[in-house]
Design a protein around this ligand. Structure first.
Ligand code: ADE
Length: 226
């Protein structure tokens, strides 16, 4: 899968060079193309924002640089084009899976300032996605959340032992607690059952813990699977 991100702050995406996503990109399993919108500005100072018509606070991103960047990245409109915005459809596990199984590559536009000229959204964008009911200073962190979550479903990004655990949230249950060595830390012991080597009992304990945690921390999830 290829994900193109259009942004005024390409340096923010350095975070994706680390960890699992970074390894997937280095291994060629996933392609992430970070595109600097400013390079497409026809303004002599590469300006990409201006005052809003009608007045009001803040600046609005101008349509020309975004339009040209989108045309360059996806000239035949083959990508699923997403604008990160608090007005968008709420991002959750079902949206992650939907994006992951879509055969189209993804183009993500990140806004900044007070937003983006509506005309370029009308012309270029298929859908808006929000990562929650709060307003970030820009779409970049939200885009990274989407990229990270979708990447986990791209074949080859996770090892097989990790991908087995994809079910946790979508099955409507939180994950059971995990422990590793040492068996005792600061006087706290790992639950005895996990040291027993009895796989069926371990499985039973994990199921019960997952159930208990879900009821306590996310009763809404508990209810929704009844
Ligand atoms: N840009 C600013 N706030 C956002 C949010 N909550 N989700 C997605 N993009 C955003």
């Amino acid at each position: 899968m290829k994900i193109s991100v259009l942004t005024l702050f390409p340096e923010m995406f350095g975070a994706l060079n680390s960890s699992i996503v970074g390894r997937a990109v280095a291994g060629g399993v996933l392609e992430i193309d970070v595109v600097d919108i400013r390079k497409y500005s026809k303004d002599k100072h590469f300006k990409c924002d201006d005052y809003p018509f009608g007045g009001g606070a803040g600046m609005v991103m101008t349509p020309q640089p975004i339009y040209d960047a989108v045309q360059c990245v996806d000239p035949e409109r083959k990508c699923r084009r997403i604008y990160m915005s608090p007005k968008g459809r709420r991002f959750d596990d079902s949206v992650v899976r939907e994006l992951a199984i879509d055969t189209r590559d993804i183009l993500i536009l990140c806004g900044h300032y007070e937003g983006v000229d509506q005309r370029v959204l009308d012309l270029c964008i298929d859908e808006e996605i929000s990562i929650g009911d709060y307003v970030l200073t820009g779409g970049e962190l939200a885009a990274m959340v989407v990229i990270d979550a979708v990447s986990r479903f791209v074949p080859g990004v996770l090892g097989s032992s990790q991908s087995n655990r994809d079910e946790s949230i979508s099955s409507g249950r939180l994950e059971y607690p995990q422990y590793t060595r040492p068996a005792e830390f600061m006087g706290l012991k790992v639950p005895e059952i996990l040291l027993s080597g009895h796989h069926a009992n371990v499985e039973k304990w994990r199921n019960e813990e997952a159930e208990r945690l879900t009821k306590r921390l996310r009763p809404d999830l508990s209810e929704s699977i009844k």
